[in-house]
Write a protein that binds this ligand. Structure first.
Ligand code: 5GP
Length: 204
């Protein structure tokens, strides 16, 4: 069986990463798994432990760093976020695609720590639209809103470190672009020939 694809998805707060990933998962549920990150940030209203995130204390997070339990981790807006390594490896080995919806520092860490990964950046249609979306979420204080909006300006410069950019005009169009990327990646010569070469001569 072919190893699953490791899809690393970043983009500024409010660009719609979560919605695009959710649409992808809804339509391709059997083949794809959204990694559940661990964070030291407090849960927002409606967030569910073990689904949205694993919510842990800073001490617990630190212990896991020391035990090398993260594929990557980063400090974002004063809180720690990390991808637990074991489950990702298990899913990829079982042939399931894995989505990591992580910030840019984390994505750059994955680039350094592994040889696999398809790096996809989700862009908003415009900065004005981004601002509207962040305000519309209503989950930020005026200070955190300003922090997120300022960092969005800086973050967009990192798009050049990624393999693909999707501009999120509408969820349907962005989701369909993501599907196209995944299909193209599945057709990479290296993946296709790897699969063919797993046949032994006596099986021909
Ligand atoms: P939020 O607090 O809005 O849920 O997430 C803040 C930022 O942290 C987002 O850019 C999100 O993609 C990122 N993030 C979530 N989980 C992880 C993770 O496991 N690792 C890293 N590096 N970033 C993450």
């Amino acid at each position: 069986m072919n190893r699953g694809l490791l899809l690393v998805i970043s983009g500024p707060s409010g660009a719609g990463k979560g919605t695009v990933c959710e649409a992808y998962k809804t339509n391709c549920g059997n083949h794809v798994w959204n990694s559940v990150s661990m964070t030291t940030r407090a849960p927002r209203a409606g967030e569910v432990e073990g689904e949205s995130y694993y919510f842990v204390t800073r001490e617990e997070f630190q212990r896991k760093i020391e035990n090398d339990e993260f594929l990557e981790f980063a400090e974002v807006y004063g809180n720690f976020y990390g991808t637990p390594r074991a489950e990702v490896e298990k899913k990829l080995a079982a042939g399931s695609d894995v989505i990591l919806e992580i910030d840019i520092q984390g994505a750059l860490n994955v680039q350094e720590n592994t040889t696999e990964g398809i790096f996809i950046f989700i862009l908003p249609p415009s900065m004005n639209e981004l601002k509207k979306r962040i305000i519309g979420r209503g989950s930020e204080t005026p200070e955190s809103l300003l922090t997120r909006f300022k960092s969005a300006y800086n973050e967009i410069n990192y798009v050049s470190k990624y393999n693909y950019a999707i501009t999120n005009h509408t969820v349907d169009q962005a989701y369909s672009d993501l599907m196209c990327i995944v299909r193209a990646e599945r057709c990479r010569v290296t993946r296709v020939t790897n699969e063919i070469l797993t046949l032994k001569e006596e099986e021909l």
